[in-house]
Write a protein that binds this ligand. Structure first.
Ligand SMILES: *[C@@H]1O[C@H](CO)[C@@H](O)[C@H](O)[C@H]1NC(C)=O
Ligand SMILES: *[C@@H]1O[C@H](CO)[C@@H](O)[C@H](O)[C@H]1NC(C)=O
Length: 623
């Protein structure tokens, strides 16, 4: 009967492993959050370890998308200004789309109306600010789509497409120039002679050609077009792709153009990730100079550190007079090209006539993030701080003029950045955006509290709660605004400052001698207490609260019952003696009952995470 022994020890081993896993889980879910609660300084470490999830989110009552629970791992009040623009996506992001946060990481605007998006920015066209973004179908490393321009009421006012048959706007670049033109990137699959690349690739191999276009936004006229394949040999790429080039469905992405900028002379500055170079192209289409990569024409005055960028993004002129440009140097591209220490933002000073390059400044993240893809560098107006989005890693940082880090925010657990659970192609900061949404503030009552939010509104400083006892108001249609409500009498109940995305009021409980309120609404007020807009009135019946309070009590009772019941059951089963005595005598029906596994799972999951949620959304109640 040796096999029984083996089975027994195997079962024992499994039980031990399960016990260890369960204890780790409990430590992770209960012990660490309590520790962080008691010692708040540990919070950031635990956040980065994933104690609160890989991308911790925040739920709202009056809004159905999830906001982030940004963790400021470093903070300096000099960063406290402006809105952040990003396009979160990745396995941990349930409903991807454009997202705007305030400087502290609280949600301001979010939408899932656009499907896959990238490159959200605020850009100026004819004196007006627009949100611009790419939307379309995402392939492995590029996209086929269009660009939207969205006005301050969050309505799409213009759609810009690439010009030409079967050409589509790619996600990497859409830049509106000062002269009212747009620069955009295109990834066009086409054939090329790839015999020189070896491994049986033929004369009719498949590549992605990178085109870029300049389009007049007023007339739609195509002003300029440039092709990478017409200027560079695919054989000279740094990219290795063992499967690329054989089939049309897996073309070789040899150049990977990812940014376009234009200088005051009309020259174009483009960045090629897979050639490791930045190239300047004249309005006539000639290559004026090349910085970095195999064809580098610049003498490096910084012992190689000014021109050794690899897999980079986002090359921009910061100061043409001084010859300074910025770029985001990834240093890494997927598992085949990951031999570097950290990604960095770079300031490179060029002397173009003398062809020299000097590294003026370079900045890394706190933990030396190595971003496999994406990323952005922006020099902020006025403060001249540098703002860096870490692309495939859910983080962004801000540095002062000397390159010292002021602030860093993590939106996901940094120990897990390698898995790219949350990424944003670029992250930029805007100081000029004023959002005045077309739709009114949204209010919702839950458990005798009223919650209010106004997706995209940037000018709200206070929320004011008003209530009415009039029955007639139930006839007022949804969408009714001030004029229609003149006949209805509203009483001021409460006013709170806006803090965070959602505000909450406790609804007043009146003595039974008073006539109860039947309707509530919230006014959004600006800094000067002027009314910006009312929410639609919502009806309210106090009885419904009582029943929902009862429901909560019932749920609480159930959970406590299960939690208390499970150990009792275990105790009961383990004491074999009493079990036998039960089974020998008359067995009561409930002795056979074991809690359904789904119950247990739910009980385990919901209790600690509810607890965490309570703690984390404490900020939701501004008072
Ligand atoms: C795009 O690729 C197609 C082949 O797939 C080619 O016929 C066409 O000329 C290319 N367009 C441009 C503008 O290069
Ligand atoms: C660059 O070249 C100019 C002459 O064209 C010379 O006057 C200048 O000193 C050079 N600058 C440097 C930094 O070598």
């Amino acid at each position: 009967m040796a096999w029984i022994k083996h089975v027994r020890s195997a079962i024992k081993l499994i039980l031990v492993v399960l016990a260890v896993l369960l204890s780790l889980f409990l430590v992770h879910q209960c012990f660490l959050p309590i520790l962080a609660f008691v010692f708040p300084s540990l919070g950031s470490t635990f956040f980065d370890l994933g104690v609160y999830g890989l991308y911790p989110t925040q739920q709202y009552i009056s809004f159905d998308l999830l906001g982030p629970q940004a963790r400021r791992v470093r903070w300096d009040d000099r960063c406290d200004n402006g809105y952040l623009l990003m396009t979160p996506n990745g396995p941990s992001v349930e409903r991807p789309g454009p997202m705007m946060l305030d400087a502290k990481g609280e949600l301001v605007w979010m939408s899932d109306d656009f499907g896959a998006t990238a490159n959200l920015k605020v850009q100026r066209y004819k004196g007006e600010d627009y949100l611009t973004l790419w939307s379309g179908e995402k392939a492995a490393t590029s996209g086929k789509g269009v660009y939207f321009m969205i006005d301050s009421t969050y309505q799409v006012v213009r759609m810009v497409s690439a010009m030409g048959k079967d050409l589509f706007g790619d996600l990497h670049e859409f830049k509106i120039t000062e002269s009212g033109t747009a620069l955009l990137s295109i990834y066009n699959t086409t054939t090329a002679d790839l015999r020189g690349m070896g491994r049986g690739r033929g004369a009719n191999g498949w590549i992605v050609d990178n085109l870029f276009q300049e389009i007049d936004l007023e007339t739609g006229e195509l002003l300029f077009q440039w092709s990478a394949a017409a200027n560079f040999n695919p054989m000279e790429t740094y990219m290795t792709n063992p499967f690329g080039g054989y089939w049309e469905s897996i073309p070789f992405d040899f150049y990977h153009l990812n940014s376009i900028d234009k200088d005051s002379q009309g020259n174009y500055l483009i960045s090629s990730r897979h050639f490791h170079h930045v190239t300047c192209i004249s309005p006539a289409g000639e290559i004026l100079w090349i910085l970095g990569g195999r064809d580098n024409q610049f003498e490096d005055l910084s012992e190689g550190r000014a021109t050794d960028f690899r897999w980079q993004h986002d090359a921009r002129w910061v100061s043409e007079e001084e010859g300074i440009l910025t770029l985001f140097d990834n240093q890494k591209a997927g598992p085949l090209h990951s031999d570097a220490a950290a990604s960095r933002a770079m300031f490179i000073k060029l002397d173009i006539p003398n062809r020299t390059a000097e590294l003026v400044q370079s900045m890394e993240s706190l933990q030396g993030i190595l971003a496999s893809s994406q990323g952005s560098v922006q020099v902020l107006p006025d403060s001249e701080h540098t703002f860096v989005g870490w692309g495939s890693a859910a983080a962004y940082s801000e540095y002062d003029q000397a390159g010292e880090m002021l602030c860093e925010t993590h939106l996901g657990a940094s120990w897990f950045y390698w898995f790219e659970r949350f990424k944003s192609y670029r992250t930029t900061k805007t100081f000029t955006w004023r959002g005045n949404p077309k739709s009114p503030p949204q209010a919702k009552i839950e458990d005798a509290s009223l919650f209010v939010s106004w997706n995209g509104a940037t000018e709200v400083a206070y929320w004011a709660l008003e209530a009415s006892r009039d029955e007639a108001s139930s006839e007022i249609a949804v969408g009714a605004q001030t004029e229609d409500l003149r006949s209805q009498r509203w009483e001021n109940i409460d006013i709170i400052p806006k803090a965070g995305f959602e505000g909450a009021f406790d609804l007043p409980s009146l003595p039974s001698s008073e006539r109860p309120f039947t309707h509530y609404r919230v006014a959004a007020l600006d800094k000067e207490h002027a009314i910006l807009r009312y929410s639609d009135p919502i009806g309210y019946d106090e009885d419904s609260t009582e029943s929902s309070t009862l429901m909560i009590l019932f749920k609480l009772f159930l959970v406590v019952g299960i939690l208390a019941g499970v150990p009792l059951m275990f105790k009961f089963y383990r004491s074999g003696q009493s079990f036998r005595s039960w089974s020998n005598t008359q067995k009561p029906v409930w002795a056979d009952w074991t809690p359904p596994s789904s119950y247990l799972r739910r009980a385990h999951r919901s209790v600690p995470s509810e607890w965490i949620k309570m703690k984390w959304t404490g900020a939701r109640r501004p008072r």
